[in-house]
Design a protein around this ligand. Structure first.
Ligand SMILES: [Mg+2]
Length: 383
């Protein structure tokens, strides 16, 4: 696959996200983690933790929180003010729209089984203020159901598996909750594939359950004085949402979370879209979950598989990276603004994700119809 990433140099990247006059310590986009995989943390998460360990340069963390929230108005406005063009190689160029190059994508799938991996928040559902109300539309549910008729399909989310299942409510899918630390196969038998799908239930971080429970309670208690802060127990990780917290309160929130986390060296912090996530330091992430699911589906060492992963968040980068390193399949980043990413294509928002899923199903139906017509004509000519 052609490498389409054009990566902004770090110095320029800092300028992109920095509020006027400030000098954030964390570049945006963050540098890629250099080795160490998930255990080394994602670039920004690792730096964030280092900052915390160094003793509370909380303002730096807050800058990181602003920069890591892709919908942050200042960052978006700054990006909009500086057009990203091919001639200006110092800017990130937006990846081709998966809708515009749909035929190119389909040509890569010739002779291969497409396997779909879908993030939930910001991909199938809009990002909303109350994470408990991030419902997907019936139209999106129908689109995902249709996709699952033809392709093995998994939902991969940072949410707790039960919660994401309650949102999606499709028994024929695979679900990887808690960033892939809680994986379960379809309740309903898949109808789509010759792959040797087997019953799956995988929980690589089960020993952390009591600790996660404990930290959830501690974070609830510590953050209750911050209006708008919402702590969510995702079973194998805890999310502290700050989408409804005023920016002036981000410093106290950061301090409260820091005070709790320093007691737990076996946990680490990563950042998503307006959310801080506290999770075990095990080497497991959405990329590992993708590999595990491919293996469970019988595609471990196959060349005839095309995994497609659609996601909007930094945590989805682990899966994009796995696909890029395997040289197999591709990632699609859901984002309105250009970002550094290991994905190969982009879609702007969940409505475009739905359009893409529709087109995939339409193409599959048309190709099955064409195949059955050609089989019919061979039978007719060879009675
Ligand atoms: Mg997401």
């Amino acid at each position: 696959m052609t490498k389409k990433n054009v990566v902004v140099p770090e110095a320029v990247a800092i300028a992109v996200a920095a509020p006027h006059g400030s000098a954030p310590l964390f570049p945006y986009p963050p540098p890629r983690a250099s080795g160490g995989g998930a255990a080394g943390g994602f670039g920004i998460g690792r730096m964030l933790l280092t900052q915390l360990e160094l003793g509370g340069r909380i303002n730096a963390w807050v800058e990181s929180m602003k920069a890591s929230s892709p919908t942050h108005a200042k960052a978006a406005a700054t990006l909009a003010a500086f057009p990203s063009t091919e001639s200006s190689s110092s800017w990130i160029v937006k990846h081709p729209s998966a809708l515009e190059v749909f035929d190119e994508i389909i040509s890569q799938s010739k002779g291969k089984q497409i396997v779909m991996f879908l993030d939930y928040d910001g991909t199938l559902s809009p990002i909303v203020d109350d994470p408990d109300r991030a419902f997907m539309s019936d139209a999106m549910r129908a689109a995902v159901r249709n996709v699952a008729r033809y392709f093995p399909t998994a939902i991969v989310s940072g949410r707790c598996r039960d919660k994401v299942y309650d949102f999606v409510r499709l028994a024929e899918l695979y679900y990887a909750g808690s960033h892939g630390m809680d994986i379960k196969g379809p309740v309903k038998g898949p109808r789509y594939t010759k792959a040797k799908a087997k019953a799956v239930l995988f929980q690589p971080a089960s020993e952390f359950l009591p600790m996660i429970d404990e930290i959830y309670k501690a974070l609830l208690e510590k953050t209750k004085s911050i209006p708008g802060a919402k702590v969510e127990n995702n079973k194998f990780c805890v999310s502290v949402h700050y989408r409804c917290v005023e920016e002036q309160k981000w410093v106290p929130l950061a301090e409260q979370v820091k005070a709790v986390i320093k007691e737990y060296p076996k946990l680490r912090i990563t950042q998503g879209r307006k959310v801080l996530e506290i999770r075990p330091t095990i080497k497991w992430d959405k990329g590992k979950a993708l590999e595990f699911l491919l293996e469970s589906l019988g595609f471990a060492n196959c060349n005839n598989v095309l995994p497609v992963y659609i996601g909007d968040d930094r945590t989805d980068e682990d899966a994009f990276k796995v696909l890029r390193e395997r040289g197999q399949g591709f990632g699609i980043l859901v984002s309105k603004i250009p970002k550094e990413t290991n994905a190969s294509y982009s879609l702007e928002e969940p409505s475009e994700v739905m359009d893409f899923l529709h087109r995939l199903v339409d193409w599959k139906r048309a190709s099955l119809k064409a195949r059955s017509r050609s089989v019919g004509s061979i039978r007719t000519s060879n009675p």
